[in-house]
Design a protein around this ligand. Structure first.
Ligand code: CMP
Length: 139
């Protein structure tokens, strides 16, 4: 089946601020099933590889530094229309532009430290999920 999975990370800012539980509650209340999940910390090498698509952007250094500064929660989520529905749940990349009630509006402080990641396409959801999880870790 395509279109029914997305990949997310609860980023270091949200973990530091104690929001893991509240964010997971929003995710499951919205109908997403967690099919893989781990609490982990990205190495510099991991973060540079995961965000390679942004390597020429001016904010790349800041992004890698932020994403490696503490633990994250990585997860694969399942739901019909997962990528689009999850992006609606988390809100705009910049929390200042995120809709009321979205995860970023509730828990994020800035465009750089924006609490959660959500894949932007089915193809990237599959790539990002396999970056973090072996097949036997997905249930
Ligand atoms: P995300 O979509 O999860 O993955 C790429 C990240 O780059 C994005 O979240 C933001 O956190 C970050 N990002 C995007 N634009 C900027 C920016 N202008 N300044 C700092 N970080 C940014």
């Amino acid at each position: 089946m395509t279109g029914n999975r997305t990949f997310t990370m609860i980023k270091p800012d949200a973990v530091e601020n104690g929001h893991i539980g509240a964010i997971l509650e929003k995710i499951t209340a919205a109908g997403f099933k967690i099919v893989a999940m781990k609490y982990t910390q990205l190495s510099l090498r991991d973060a540079k590889a995961f965000y390679a698509v942004h390597s020429e952007r001016p904010f790349f250094g800041e992004l890698v530094e932020f994403m490696t500064r503490g633990p994250i929660v990585a997860a694969i989520l399942e739901k019909d229309n997962a990528v689009e529905d999850f992006r609606a749940l988390i809100g705009a990349t910049n929390p200042a532009e995120a809709a009321e009630g979205t995860i970023r509006k509730l828990f994020a402080a800035s465009i750089g430290e924006n609490a959660v990641h959500g894949s932007d396409s089915d193809e990237n959801a599959a790539i990002e999920g396999s970056f973090h999880f072996a097949g036997r870790e997905v249930y």
